[in-house]
Design a protein around this ligand. Structure first.
Ligand code: BES
Ligand code: MN
Ligand code: ZN
Length: 491
C-alpha cells in the first residue's frame, strides 16, 4: 500500500473513491458538508431517505456521485461526534479499508483524518490511518492453493488531514508505513506453520534482514556456543527436539558508537507442545504462535532500520522447539543457568522463562540502556487482562511509565501488574536455587519474578503478550503486536 498527502477538496479530487465521516444523527463531518454542498445535497438526501444515520459500524458506498469528480463516495458511520474515541477511530478506519479493498477501486482519498479524535493532532490521526489501513488489508493466504484475493485490491490512498498539516502528515505516513511493514513481518512469521517456521528459519530471516539493511548486523550462535557460555537453562528446553536451538543477535546501529542500546529480547519457541508436561490437544496448534515475541523483535528492528532512527537497538532471540522425547527434560531435573543460579524444572511447559533467563544474562554484554523482553509467557495473563492490553512488569519506574505512555499513544496498550517481593517465595525449591513455576495464583507475576532474578544488573521491563499476539476462533491469526508499541517507545 502506498499513501500520500492529498489536500484537494473532497468533491474536486479525482479518485476511485472519496471516504467521508458521518456522525450520529445524520451529522456531516466538515469534509462531508463541503462534498454535500458541491453535489447539491446528495448526502443529506440519502440520509433523509434513511440509507444511513451515522451509527458507528455503518458504511454506505455510493457509485457515481453527480457533481463530484470521484467514481464513488464511501460514507463511514462514526457514532456520536463528541464521543469519538481512539478505538472508535481505528474501527472506522478498518471498516472503510475492508469496503475499499473489495469495491473494485485501486485508489481512494480518505478524509477520516480530518475529524476530531480526542485532542490528537494530524500526525497521530494520519499514522493511525496508515497503520490500521495496512493492517486491515493483510490476508494470511500464503499456503492456500487458490488465493481468494479481491480482483482489484486497494493499492493507493491519499490522506487529507485538514489542509495545511502537510509536514506532520508526511512524517506520519513515513513512520506509519515503516511500522506497518514491521507489523506485517511479525504477523507473517507468526502465521507460518511450525513445520516451516523453525529456529533455523527464524535465524535465516534475521540473516536476511542483515543483508537487506546496511545498519543491521546479524549473528547466530549455535548450541555449541551456548554450551560454552553455560546456558544450561536454554539448552534444557531444546533437548527434546530434533531442531537445534539458535541464539540470534541483531544489532541495529543507528546511533553513535558509544550510545548504550535499547535491548529487546524476544521469546522464540517455534512450537510449544509443553514437553514431557505435555499440553492437552485442544487448540494445541496455536502454540505455533509461541514465537511471536521473537517475531515482534524482528518487526521492530526492521522498522527502526526503515526509519534510520538515530539510536542503537539490539535484538536478542533465543529460539527453540519444546518437544517431548526420550532425552527431553523431565520434571525434577535441575539445570544450571548461565548466571550460575540453579533451577529445578517442576514443569517442562514453563519453558519460556528457561530460555529467556539465559538470553537476559547474555544481554549484559551489550551494556544496555534498558532491556525489554517480549514473550507469550503465561496463559494466566489472559485470565487477568484478556486480550486488550499486554501485561507489563519491571524493575524501573521510568521505563514502565514510558512503555505505558507509548502503549496508550500507539493504541497497542499494556497494563502494569505488581512485581512485589511478596510473590518471590512462591518460587522456593528444596533442592535448587529456585523452581521454574510458582504454584497456584498470580502465574504472570511469578513468571516475571523468575525473570527478575536474571535482570538485577540493568533497567528491565517484561511484556507478557500471550493475550495480544494472536486471535483465536474464526479470526485466528497473528496481530503483529506489540511492534507498534515498541517502535513508538523507541521513537
Ligand atoms: N506458551 C505458554 C503460554 C501460553 C499459554 C500462551 C496459553 C498462550 C496461551 C507457556 O510456555 C506456558 O505453557 N505457560 C504455562 C506456565 C505454567 C506451566 C506455569 C501456562 O501458562 O500454563
Ligand atoms: Mn509452555
Ligand atoms: Zn511457551
Amino acid at each position: 500500500m502506498k499513501f500520500t498527502v492529498k489536500n484537494e477538496k473532497p468533491a474536486a479530487v479525482k479518485t476511485g473513491c472519496v471516504v467521508l465521516a458521518i456522525f450520529e444523527k445524520r451529522k456531516l463531518s466538515a469534509a462531508a458538508e463541503q462534498f454535500d454542498k458541491t453535489t447539491r445535497g446528495l448526502l443529506t438526501n440519502l440520509m433523509r431517505n434513511g440509507d444511513m444515520d451515522g451509527k458507528s459500524g455503518q458504511t454506505l458506498l455510493i457509485p457515481d456521485p453527480a457533481g463530484a469528480k470521484c467514481d464513488r463516495v464511501l460514507l463511514v458511520g462514526c457514532g456520536k461526534a463528541g464521543e469519538f474515541s481512539d478505538q472508535d477511530y481505528r474501527a472506522a478506519v478498518a471498516g472503510a479499508a475492508g469496503v475499499l479493498d473489495r469495491c473494485g477501486t485501486t485508489d481512494a482519498v480518505s478524509y477520516l483524518a480530518d475529524v476530531d479524535v480526542g485532542d490528537h493532532g494530524a500526525y497521530w490521526k494520519v499514522r493511525q490511518l496508515v497503520e490500521v489501513t495496512s493492517g486491515a488489508l493483510y490476508i494470511p493466504d500464503a499456503h492456500k492453493s487458490k488465493r481468494n484475493r479481491p480482483a482489484k485490491p486497494l493499492r493507493r490512498m491519499g490522506i487529507n488531514a485538514g489542509g495545511a498539516k502537510t509536514k506532520p502528515a508526511q512524517q506520519a505516513i513515513t513512520d506509519g508505513m515503516a511500522i506497518a511493514a514491521g507489523v506485517e513481518l511479525a504477523r507473517t512469521l507468526g502465521d507460518l506453520p511450525p513445520n516451516i517456521c523453525s529456529p533455523a528459519y527464524l535465524a535465516s530471516q534475521a540473516r536476511s534482514l542483515g543483508r537487506d539493511y546496511p545498519k543491521i548486523r546479524t549473528s547466530v550462535m549455535e548450541e555449541a556456543g551456548m554450551r560454552k557460555l553455560g546456558m544450561g537453562a536454554l539448552l534444557s528446553v531444546s533437548r527434546g527436539s530434533r531442531q537445534p536451538a539458535k541464539l540470534i543477535s541483531l544489532q541495529y546501529s543507528g546511533g553513535k558508537r558509544g550510545d548504550k542500546p535499547v535491548v529487546l529480547v524476544g521469546k522464540g519457541v517455534t512450537f510449544d507442545s509443553g514437553g514431557i508436561s505435555i499440553k492437552p490437544g485442544a487448540a494445541m496448534d496455536e502454540m505455533k504462535y509461541d514465537m511471536c515475541g521473537a517475531a515482534s523483535v524482528l518487526g521492530v528492528v526492521t522498522a527502526c532500520a526503515e526509519l534510520l532512527l538515530p539510536i542503537n537497538v539490539v535484538g536478542i532471540i533465543p529460539t527453540v522447539e519444546n518437544m517431548p522425547d526420550g532425552i527431553a527434560s523431565k520434571p525434577g531435573d535441575i539445570v544450571t543457568s548461565m548466571s550460575g543460579q540453579t533451577i529445578e524444572i517442576l514443569n517442562t511447559d514453563a519453558e519460556g522463562r528457561l530460555i529467556l533467563c539465559d538470553a537476559l544474562t547474555y544481554a549484559e554484554k551489550f551494556d544496555p540502556e534498558v532491556v525489554i523482553d517480549i514473550a507469550t509467557l503465561t496463559g494466566a495473563v489472559i485470565v487477568a487482562l484478556g486480550s486488550h492490553p499486554a501485561g507489563l512488569l519491571g524493575n524501573h519506574k521510568p521505563l514502565i511509565h514510558d512503555l505505558l505512555k507509548a502503549g496508550k499513544n500507539s493504541g497497542d496498550r499494556c497494563w502494569e501488574l505488581p512485581l512485589w517481593d511478596d510473590y518471590q517465595e512462591q518460587l522456593d525449591s528444596n533442592f535448587a536455587d529456585m523452581a521454574n513455576i510458582g504454584g497456584k495464583g498470580a502465574g504472570t507475576i511469578t513468571a516475571a519474578c523468575f525473570l527478575s532474578r536474571f535482570t538485577r544488573k540493568f533497567h528491565w521491563a517484561h511484556l507478557d503478550i500471550a493475550g495480544v499476539a494472536w486471535k483465536s476462533g474464526k479470526e485466528k491469526g497473528a496481530t503483529g503486536r506489540p511492534v507498534s508499541l515498541l517502535v513508538q517507545y523507541i521513537i
